[in-house]
Design a binder for this molecule. Sequence first.
Ligand code: NAD
Length: 477
Amino acid sequence: MIYQNFIGNQWFSALTGETIAVYDPSTGQEYAEIARSGASDIDAAVRAARTAYEGAWGKTSPAERSRLLLRLSVALQDQLEVLAQIESRDTGKPMKQARADAAAVARYAEFYAGAADKLHGATIPYPRDYTVMTVREPHGVTGHIVPWNYPLQIFGRSVFASLAAGNACVVKPAEDACLSLLKVAEIAADVGLPAGALNICTGLGAEAGAALSAHAGIDHISFTGSPQAGQQVAIAAAAHFAPVTLELGGKSPQILFSDADIEAALPVVLNAIIQNAGQTCSAGSRLLVQRAIYADVIARLSELFQATRTGAASDDPDCGPLINARQLERVRSFLGSADEAGILVAARGVLDANAPGGGYYQAPVLLADVPPDHRLAQEEIFGPVLSAIPFETEAQALHIANNTPFGLVAGIWTSDGARQLRMARAIRSGQVFINNYGAGGGVELPFGGTGQSGYGREKGFEALYGFTTLKTIAIRH
Ligand code: NAD
C-alpha cells in the first residue's frame, strides 16, 4: 500500500513520485510506503492552506470551529480501535498505549472544541477619552513538525489548538510514523473540515521538514523532536520571522525523599520510564533517591523491572520495541558507556521468547549509582533505561535535579508540605508533579520546557495563546 499526501482534502503522490518505505518495529519488516515530499509538495500544501485561510475556513466563526472540532472528536472516538491499530503497528506501541493515544487525540479535539469560542481579549484602563482593547487573532498558516514517538497525541495537541484559534495547518509527520495522522485527516474531511484547513505532507526531515520551516508562507511553526533539529527549524524560521514553539525532550528527574510513600511511588516511577519504551520526551529518566531509603528502593524497583515483559506490540507487552534500528543502536551505545564506566546494572526486564527476530527490542534496564555528571544522567537516551542516583540532602537533590541542559518535567515524592513547595518553586522545569507524575496525560495542563527542552507552551488553554497573535486597538473618542 502506498500512502499519499493530503492537500486541500485530496490525495496526491509526491510530485517526484518518490516514496519512503514504512517498517513495522515489532518485526523489522517493510509493509507500506509513504510519499517522499519535497519543497514543491510543501509549497502546494502551504498554498492550499493560504487559500483556505483567506476563504471559507478563515470566515468560520469560533462557534462553527467549535462544533466542527466536536464532530471530529466524536468521529475519532468512534474510530478509536482503528486508529489504535494503525498507531500500534506503525510505532511499535503496545495496544493499550496506542488505545490511550487514540483516546487522547479525540480528547484534544473535544478540549479545543470547548475552548474555541472562549478566547477572550481584554480591555485596558487608559485615559477616559480612550477605549483600549486587545483581540487575539490567528497567525494565518501554521506549520507542525511532528515526531514519531506520539504521532496522534502530538498532532492533536498542536493542530487542534491551531485550528480552534482559526489557523490553517500544514503538517509534516515523522518519516517513521505518519499513518495514523493520514487517517485522522481522512476522518476530518469526512466530518466536514473545509478543504485546505488541514494538509499533511509526509517526508524526510532534511527535505520536507526543512522546506516547511523555510517556507515564507508559514506564519508560525510548532516543532517537537530533538534539540538539534529544533535548532535548525528555529534558524530557518528566523529567516522569515516566523515565531516557533519548540518541545525538545528532557532528562526529567523523579526525586524520592525518605518520607515518601514508596509503595505509591515505585509503580509510577517504573511506568514513567517504560511507557512507550522510554521514547517519551517527559520520561522520568533520572531517579534521585535519598540515601536512607536508597538500597531498599533499588531492591524493590529491581523486582518491578525484572517482572516487565518486552515483546511485539500486538501482544500488548509492558514494553514494545523501539522505533527503528538507529534508535536501538543509540540506546545500546548508552548501555555500552555504562559498561565502560563500570556502572552497575541493578535489574533488567525480560524479553519475550516469541518476540520476532527482526524487531528492535530493548528490555528495560535499571542502572544504579550513576554519577550525576555521566552522559547517562545528562543526555536524553530515549529508551527504557533508568539512571538511579543517591543523594543526602534536599539542597543536593535540587542541585543534581537542575544540573542538566534540560528542564521539562520533574516528579517530587515527599510527605513534607513545605518541602513540596520549596522544591516545586526551585526546580528548573516546565511542569512539576508532587506525589504523582504525568497527571494522567494532562490534556488540560500547559506543557513545555526551558533550556534545551525548548520554549513556548502547548496543551491546555495556554496553547491557544501561542497559536494566536495579540492586537491592541486604541480608540480615541
Ligand atoms: P528528529 O528531531 O530528527 O525528528 C523529529 C521531527 O523533525 C521529524 O518529523 C523529522 O522528520 C523532523 N526533522 C528532522 N530534521 C529536521 C530539519 N532539519 N528540519 C525540519 N524538520 C526536521 O528526531 P529523530 O532523529 O527521529 O530522533 C533523534 C532523537 O531526538 C531521539 O533519540 C530523541 O532523543 C529525540 N526525540 C525527542 C522527541 C520528543 O518528543 N522530544 C521526539 C523524537 C525524538
